[in-house]
Design a protein around this ligand. Sequence first.
Ligand code: ASP
Ligand code: MG
Length: 424
Amino acid sequence: MAQLGAQSGAQSRPGNGRKTRIVMKFGGTSVANIERINAVAARVKREVDAGHEVAVVVSAMSGHTNQLVAWCSEISPMHDAREYDTVVASGEQVTAGLTAIALQTLGVNARSWLGWQMPMLTNDAHGKARIMSIDAEGFEKRFAQGQVAVVAGFQGIGPDNRITTLGRGGSDTSAVALAAALKADRCDIFTDVDGVYTTDPRIVAKARKLDKVTYEEMLEMASLGAKVLQIRSVEMAMKHGVRVQVLSSFEDKPGTLVVNEDEIMEQELVSGIAYSRDEAKITLVAVPDRPGVAASIFGPLSDANINVDMIVQNVSEDGKNTDMTFTVSKGDFERAKQVLTGKQNSLNFRTLISDSNVVKVSVIGVGMRSHAGIAQRMFRALAEKGINIQVISTSEIKISVLVAEEYTELAVRALHTAYGLDAE
Ligand code: ASP
Ligand code: MG
């Protein structure tokens, strides 16, 4: 059984006369109806005819999982997580079977696989389970017979022998995990966009599709709200060295490769501009400037399961009081204010100021690790547009600023131009 996490080396396959092995994953819009499923089958057949070994992973028909989730909640908002999994995993069972039939109709030897049949073992966190291992042996035998495996994404089997699901968007993670277990040469993720862009094309008409992007950049982009891939699938690809390609199932052209840094010859300084409107800012005015204060502010927030993102603490002028500013997601905003106001006496701050009219704009690029002046260019570009920066935070490959929400488009466009990302 392939223990995920044991070793990396997904790229070790071709060369010694072995066939190229591809995992092809199709998202909800790609299997939305019978016509689309037939198109998927034709696309898969092309790879089979080219002499490749192919495993297919499918999502549920688009909208189907939402419907299943809604039905569970309609009966009871507090439903049993194990039964939720039994219900929501069913969408992928339908598309796996239908895709296998569509392939057979085209004369392709194909067989469906549900999570328990491989098996894909997960932990018992129903509704958001993690994959522990995949038994790739059964697949090897079938590959040798020239059979295409059609795998139901999103689902596995837990230690309690019950069906589990991997969290919304989880069939990306199913596909990458399978690619790792099978040591596939590539994991193609077919979706309704044709790749990863330098920024949101709805905001910047001159956004460019990236040919390649590194795992780390993709992780930052995914956590900043670019919803192309489930974050966990990118983490898993990075850990196991799975080469992932994001491409469209509606058009016939190469997409974006998500790969290791050393596969990218000419690394741009910045590869993308991301933004997230899901931010809200809270300032505690005049908190005591002494050891333990940060712990006493952020402890209760974390106890309430509230994630804090950007944090700034000012230097106190008199050595006594300082201001603490930080951001939380808009969904946690009201609760965060409640938690803190409830502790105003013990935290000893003067007032709480808040603003949910903000956006976080980030520039991302592994190139920034080795180059100076990247942040300066960002600040200058924003200044030239008269945009005031409220909070700044940086990581090794990312600089984020918080600005007023009405500047979202202006800021993203200005930065896209400033870093030379605009298409010709
Ligand atoms: N069908 C599941 C969902 O909608 C899994 C997936 O599509 O990745 O979340
Ligand atoms: Mg998806």
